[in-house]
Design a protein around this ligand. Structure first.
Ligand code: FMN
Length: 195
């Protein structure tokens, strides 16, 4: 099922095709695909090239998967259970070099996961981010130490059949994808002045 974005300009196909499914097929993600997607994140840009990201990965039915699933809010647990890969992005909050706070650590984690999502899309897979998790439960279950923050949980896999979703979610899987108008986002030289 194509959920391609309706864009004002032609984009790289993997960007236009990226979306956030809730229904995932049980088809496993190969080791090669998984490592290529992680590699796309590793090559993201970051402030001072600090690379403050790390990723904790589990596979459906594998070690740690049930524990990771249990850190998500009930709504997310409801749709994500079939996804073949679950992972967390984690940010180191202080620069490795001098120990000063890194105000851009979460930004850089986001950049890494955006690149991963593009690579996944190019390979016919999709990622779905989740802010709906319990940070303290994630810390405890995943052994995330002080000085590191869980940033987002992610599902990764091939899009699946919406009919398998909990009640009410199947319609949302095919609802129109929307974005704010460009004029409200892009400013010419001064905040609020439309480009
Ligand atoms: C950091 C982040 C957190 C999100 N949290 C959730 C979540 O907890 N549950 C959920 O169902 N979707 C979540 N989403 C998915 C967004 O709702 C989705 O990306 C947005 O509606 C745009 O849709 P698209 O990704 O298909 O373009 C999250 C996405 C991101 C990037």
């Amino acid at each position: 099922m194509s959920r391609n974005a309706v864009t004002t300009h032609a984009l790289l196909p993997a960007i236009a095709a990226r979306w956030s499914p809730r229904a995932f097929a049980t088809t496993p993600v190969s080791e090669a695909d998984l490592h290529a997607i992680l590699e796309a994140g590793r090559w993201a840009a970051s402030s001072y090239n600090d690379q403050p990201w790390s990723f904790i990965i589990t596979r459906h039915g594998g070690p740690g998967h049930a524990a990771m699933l249990s850190t998500l809010v009930a709504f997310n647990q409801g749709w994500v259970a079939a996804a073949p890969v679950l992972f967390y992005s984690v940010a180191r909050t202080h620069f490795a070099q001098d120990g000063k706070p890194n105000k851009h650590a979460w930004h850089d984690c986001g950049a890494a996961t955006a690149q991963m999502a593009t690579e996944a899309s190019a390979r016919g897979m999709q990622m779905h981010g989740m802010a709906g998790y319990d940070p303290e439960a994630a810390r405890a279950a995943l052994g995330i130490p002080e000085g590191h923050d869980p940033v987002a949980a992610w599902a990764l896999g091939f899009p699946g059949d919406a009919a398998q979703l909990p009640a009410g979610l199947a319609e949302r899987e095919s609802a129109p994808r929307t974005r704010r108008e460009p004029a409200t986002l892009f400013y010419a030289g001064r905040f609020g002045t439309a480009l």
